[in-house]
Design a protein. Sequence first.
Length: 255
Amino acid sequence: MKIRIPTAVALVASLNCATAEQAPVEQIVIDGMTEQVLLDACAYLRSAGRFSAQFDTSFDDVLLDGTTVQYNRSSLVTLVRPDRLRIDVEGDRGERNIYYDGKSVAVYRPESGLFAVAEAPDKLDAMLDLAAEKGISVPLDDLLSAQPCAALGENLRTGTYAGLHYLDGDWYHHLLLETDALDMQLWVAPGEAPWFRKVVMSYREKPGAPRHTTLISDWDFDPQTDDAMFQFDPPEGARRVAFQVHSAAQGEAQQ
């Protein structure tokens, strides 16, 4: 059964924690199972005061001549709300580490000894906005915000439940979503801990319809952390450089 207004209004308002009037919901069509899975998963993540998880990502970069190049990146994300974030990345461009301690955000490349640092707001959401401005690629940053799924809620148009599907040894709810700009598939764990397992985004409006796929594993909702792991202390010999701002595709490919 498909649902429309007013149920769809309530879903959008719940996802972005705003009033329903702020979202253009006239075209939203979502089935009841998709609605429930989304609400449960986003609320579960929103309630987490801290977590760590492994994000393994492949993404396409479509060149000017139409050639599609795929890149890969593995990121260990550790978050403590409201003002701590550490991301350790290994990818096609080598290693890099992102540090945020509520005062500054820094990116360090250990292989070259280069780092960039900037003063940052004291809340994670505002820092994520700054990171985008500075060209810092953060994996699935919507899931890291204080209101996970807010961007999805603002742009969601259709949602279809594809069923329980098997992935790497377990069964997951499989959701098919359509937003203003892209087609999205989500795999969500059933039961009392509805964490996100896989996210696929297809940018249908962009040349070549590039795809962005992330497998999320090793969720830990009580990781052992200390303040030092979020603070960047430049090692001896490291050299400071300016942030380099790229387009979205270039930024991913070069990070």
